[in-house]
Design a protein around this ligand. Structure first.
Ligand code: FMN
Ligand code: SF4
Length: 407
């Protein structure tokens, strides 16, 4: 008899009760103009919640204003407490739990309205391609004061999240953003206690986790999304990714979400499917960004063919190396994909694009054993993070015209 967990049965994440084991993955919605959550973000998550997931994730919430890549991202602060609090409360009336992905872009910012650091800072002084689009191609190195400040922002953001009604938080340790810049030897060239060996490169991420834990206490689930590999020369390898997972597990993380790749060097590695180069150039607002994406797009977003459950084998190695729950993400688009993930022994699954294509993914997958969400992995939804109306699945658009303009 199979020992696989039932994806559709109630489950517990730490002490948090979920109606099933299927979660909405963080997909930056692009629905927080000037960083403020409103009606559009509400409608998006209500649609997902009503479709039957156990937990939805409000994406890319930054620990401070300068943690945003674009000023259309939301940062966690008192100024949005009422809007965010009522949005979360309403989603929770559906019985669905609400998590928020917490992050900081580090040196990887296109935000013209930076308040603290001009240019942005990361572990080490270096050229950062995305900075070219706003005339700031070189990021500076953080000093000890900057590091302390960043750790404090994680503690403050976590306390705010608990207060405002989130049920859980997901710290982003991957994809080339701030904490991942410290984890990766490609971007971390420091020679002090925050760079060099695995232990030293993990120091800041672990201190941010500890600050968040101190703020929320032991019963509030903290998940961690990691890159199992940066998949670029000089970055972390799959073997090193296992050590990252082990360190977070030992530090008391409540669940790990293994992804891979970096948004800065090769984001197609985490998506697979059709390249987003054309769409990114079409969506870019400034002429600098348009030109950069046109010229460099095919290199920045090189194509990796899509395969169902494309991170399964690598994620199984993570699952075998840690004791905390592991939440599989990447290429779960059909009922057969769900079954394969749970047969492989995972505790939960996160779903990104297929839930944009079909918000009723969970209800339909439960009902039909041959269910297919219909997501084609065309990735036209991805550049729409920069669209004024935010993301959507263009295959759901009523007219051909809308489909073309989305590209
Ligand atoms: C439009 C879009 C935006 C995304 N934004 C984020 C994000 O803000 N944070 C993150 O960790 N992953 C982000 N992702 C990646 C997804 O969480 C997920 O790892 C990836 O899409 C693979 O899962 P899937 O095959 O179920 O879509 C995004 C994906 C999409 C399609
Ligand atoms: S636009 Fe729709 S079909 Fe294409 S990848 Fe996004 S969700 Fe899937």
């Amino acid at each position: 008899m199979s020992s696989a967990l039932d994806p559709f049965a109630p489950a517990k994440l730490g002490r948090l009760e979920l109606k099933n084991r299927i979660m909405k993955a963080a997909t930056f919605e692009g629905m927080t103009p000037n960083g403020v959550p409103g009606e559009r973000l509400r409608n998006f998550h209500m649609g997902i919640a009503e479709g039957g997931v156990g937990l939805t994730t409000i994406s890319y919430c930054t620990t401070e204003a300068d943690g945003r890549i674009m000023d259309s991202m939301m940062w966690l602060h008192e100024g949005i407490e009422d809007e965010l609090g009522s949005l979360i409360e309403e989603i929770k009336t559906t019985g669905v739990k609400v998590s928020g992905q917490v992050t900081h872009c580090g040196h990887f910012s296109q935000n013209k309205n930076l308040q603290r650091d001009q240019p942005p800072k990361g572990p080490s002084k270096m050229f950062v391609g995305i900075g070219l689009t706003v005339g700031r191609p070189v990021a500076q190195a953080m000093d000890k004061g900057d590091i302390k400040h960043l750790i404090d922002t994680y503690g403050e953001a976590a306390a705010f999240m608990k207060r405002v009604g989130f049920d859980a938080m997901e710290i982003h340790f991957g994809h080339g953003y701030g904490l991942s810049q410290f984890i990766s030897p490609k971007t971390n060239k420091r020679t002090d206690e925050y760079g060099g060996s695995h232990e030293k490169r993990m120091r800041l991420p672990l201190e941010c986790l500890a600050a968040a834990r101190k703020a929320v206490g032991p019963d509030f689930p903290i998940l961690g999304k990691i890159s199992m590999t940066d998949a670029v020369k000089g970055g972390i390898t799959y073997d090193q990714g296992i050590e990252v997972a082990k360190s977070l597990d030992a530090a008391g993380i409540d669940g790990l979400i293994p992804s891979a790749g970096t948004s800065s060097y090769n984001s197609m590695y985490l998506f697979r499917g059709q390249s987003i180069a054309k769409g990114m150039a079409a969506m870019a607002t400034g002429s600098g960004a348009k030109l950069l994406y046109k010229l460099m797009g095919p290199l920045m977003w090189k194509t990796y063919p899509y395969e169902p459950t494309f991170f399964l084998d690598a994620s199984k190695r993570i699952k075998a190396s840690v004791s905390c729950p592991v939440i599989y993400v990447g290429g779960v688009s059909t009922r057969a994909d769900i079954d394969r993930v749970f047969e492989a022994g995972f505790d939960f699954v996160q779903v990104g694009r297929p839930l944009l294509k079909d918000p009723k993914f969970v209800k339909n997958a439960q009902k039909y054993s041959d269910y297919d969400s219909g997501c084609t992995h065309c990735n036209f939804c991805v550049p729409l993070i920069q669209h004024p109306d935010g993301i959507r699945c263009v295959l759901n658009d009523k007219t051909e015209k809308a489909y073309e303009t989305a590209q």
